[in-house]
Design a protein around this ligand. Structure first.
Ligand SMILES: [Zn+2]
Ligand SMILES: [Zn+2]
Length: 189
């Protein structure tokens, strides 16, 4: 199948409690999977293994896959690449299941539950995304002891000699130097 949907039919899953069905899917990573600090490489096919189990009031959906996340080192801006195994288990409730009936103060939690959709299908994209986002490192580092960049020239400390430094001109001398520079200009032209 060429469509990149994560909708699964439950038609082949017997509804006797404990019945199981295994499905393998391929999902091509979208370009918005992650956060500004790290995200999945877009356009990569992920093999997603799905185990469905009939439970009371719904279906237990267990996903597993693995994903490459890429970001920039927060100190030196080098590429940081991490490989993560992803796994998640959620129950998708039958419409009308007691868990979906809001009680007085649980309205918000009820909205976060997964529900079996039309024609006995479920869409596991939200579950998969929810499992990947927490793996993102908010402050990726190329190495724990990355020294970052020189404040002045922006070069990586790792590439600079150990005695690298910049002669810092006193601001008063700097303006004097620029005055002298201006004086020199007309003489040359
Ligand atoms: Zn770094
Ligand atoms: Zn420098």
């Amino acid at each position: 199948m060429t469509d990149n949907s994560l909708t699964l039919s439950l038609a082949r899953l017997p509804r006797a409690l404990g019945s199981t069905l295994h499905q393998d899917l391929v999902w091509v990573t979208p370009d918005d999977l992650g956060t500004p600090s790290m995200s999945a490489v877009p356009g990569v096919p992920l093999d997603v293994s799905v185990d469905l189990t009939s439970v009371e009031d719904g279906v237990l959906v267990q996903l597993s896959t693995s994903v490459d996340l890429v970001g920039e080192c927060v100190r030196c801006l080098d590429e940081v690449r991490e490989h993560h195994d992803v796994s998640s288990a959620e129950v998708y409730f039958e419409p009308g299941a007691p868990a979906l009936t809001p009680t007085d103060d649980e309205d918000e939690e009820v909205e976060d539950l997964f529900v079996i959709g039309e024609r006995d299908t479920i869409n596991i994209e939200t579950q998969l995304r929810d499992a990947i986002i927490p793996l993102v490192d908010p402050r990726p580092l190329c190495s724990e002891d990355c020294a970052g960049l020189c404040d002045v020239c922006g070069e990586k400390w790792a590439d600079l000699p150990s005695d690298h430094e910049h002669f810092v001109v006193d601001p008063r001398l700097a303006s004097l130097a620029s005055l002298l520079g201006d004086d020199a200009e007309p003489g040359r032209s």
